[in-house]
Design a protein around this ligand. Sequence first.
Ligand SMILES: Cc1ncc(COP(=O)(O)O)c(C=O)c1O
Length: 388
Amino acid sequence: MSGVDLDHVDLDRLRARHGAKWRVFPGTLAAFVAEMDFPVAPPIRRVLEAAVGREDFGYPLDPRPSGLATLFAERMRERFDWEVEPRRVELLADVVQGIYLALTQFSEPGEGAIVQTPIYPPFLRALSETGRRLVENPLVEGPSGYEIDFDGLRRAIDPGTRILLLCNPHNPTGRAFRRDELEALAEIAEAHDLVVVSDEIHQDLVFAPARHLAFASLAPETEARTLTLTSGTKSFNIPGLRCAFAVFGSLELKRRFLGCPRHMRGGMTGLGIEATEAAWREGGPWLEQVLEYLRGNRELLDDFLRGELSELAWVPPEATYLAWLDCRGLELDRAPASFFREEAGVALGPGENFGTPGAGFARLTFATPRSLLREMLERMAKAVRARS
Ligand SMILES: Cc1ncc(COP(=O)(O)O)c(C=O)c1O
């Protein structure tokens, strides 16, 4: 198959990068940051090289008239059958920034936001750092994987709860929530007059037959209470370039959000804008190739975990390139991520950072060349065997 060589491994090159993933734990195999180790999509590389050639590092033009919001709306329509009005799209530096702003603009200190734990750690930090209250609604393990506990959710909501902070597809479990689940959430949001902040950054990374459903696309009354946050940076592995999108389901939500002055909201970089445009216009074949490869990595993981690392449990994700590993069966003397970093030289995401239900778990990023993934797993299995 033509395309980029996703199998190619050059550890020295990865380790020479200045980004956090390969720098924080030198000498280990890094699988704790949600980033891919693949060559970037050629159209992105081309526009970035051209920008370097022009030394184009000045303040970016206001991207609104550039048509970026219209391009975003076209993409949402084509991929997710979601109609977005470009005038309801605002440009941000990154998705996490959007979560912080949503909390400060849509709630008061001490008021509550619902989070389905385990969860991407910045959700929890955003709550504590802005003085908002965590209303925890842990996912439960059902026969087909992680499920939303709707009864628990109804019980957890109190009169001071203002926001439902949704992560769909869900990091770290890889759930792509079904329509009936999202509709039940929408009903609860309606009943309790909650603003829904839906982080959909993993929307492209879904394995068929699962599919992504934009929360705001469910119904007009659901859309009206929803702020959607997303970007092209996760799917195309350019998170350092800072370029994200906020979509307001109503002009009232937009007015409240933009109550925070523009310079406190930050903005995109010129390189981020160009790279996102190139990704969306021409990056489709690269994304297809990567998704197919990730599907193969998911299979490799499943086979390995059933065979040589059967003490670890997992539910293969429907979306994302994240493996949420249940290590409780190992009965380790320390947190699993510490154990595997110290004994196997593999750096995983510490489950305990993902909220209370994450204790005894670790998160592994499997968007990496297959031989490197195999080496990580072999090292982990060896460390487990060395204990007994
Ligand atoms: C669910 C989720 N939201 C947000 C982010 C980060 O997005 P950004 O870099 O745009 O803040 C990530 C990164 O892994 C993520 O998994």
